[in-house]
Write a new protein. Structure first.
Length: 187
């Protein structure tokens, strides 16, 4: 009797593609804004927590190296998309725009992933620590983004927009953290 080997199919590329698509979507919708308490907030505020969730999902279901690959691929493709769209639309390419968003995305993703990997391997990943990891990653994202665009900090209403954005994203992270806690580790 021959043993049938269970064939394992590595489908992490689908999630990496989804992460990349979400990173491009964040770039695409950032210019569309809504007004909340007198501040203009970009619609990308609803998508940013999702990038952390997807990279954590890849890390939890597959492994840390594949999550790193997903972050790198999504960052490079996102920058390529921004350059291509600037060229296609005949707009000037602002280097500070590329570097600010690229650095904020990459650094906050790596911080998120390192903390998540530590929680995954050294704790039972309690809900509150997962939530705090998401919130901390968002704060890192906006801290680096703000440092790259320091001249915007002196504008009226910047800090109102900043705290509203952080608040909305923290509220989005609450259900995401709950979902994250329910995902089982490994394939």
């Amino acid at each position: 009797m021959k043993k049938q080997l269970k064939e394992s199919y590595d489908d992490c590329w689908i999630y990496i593609l989804l992460l990349t698509t979400l990173a491009i979507l964040i770039q695409s919708v950032k210019s569309y804004k809504f007004v909340l308490m007198g501040s203009y907030i970009g619609y990308n505020v609803f998508l940013i927590p999702g990038i952390y969730f997807l990279s954590n999902y890849i890390c939890k279901k597959y492994d840390y190296k594949k999550a790193i690959a997903g972050i790198c691929i999504s960052a490079v493709i996102s920058i390529s998309f921004m350059v291509t769209m600037a060229f296609a639309l005949g707009k000037g390419l602002i280097l500070s725009s590329l570097t600010g968003e690229f650095c904020a995305y990459v650094v906050s993703q790596f911080v998120n992933l390192m903390i998540f990997e530590f929680l995954l391997n050294n704790t039972k990943s309690p809900y509150i620590l997962i939530l705090l990891n998401y919130i901390f990653s968002i704060l890192i994202y906006y801290m680096i983004y703000t440092l790259m665009y320091l001249n915007l900090v002196i504008q009226d209403g910047y800090w109102t927009k900043y705290f509203i954005t952080i608040g909305i994203e923290c509220l989005i992270c609450i259900p995401i953290s709950y979902i994250e806690k329910r995902i089982k580790k490994g394939i």
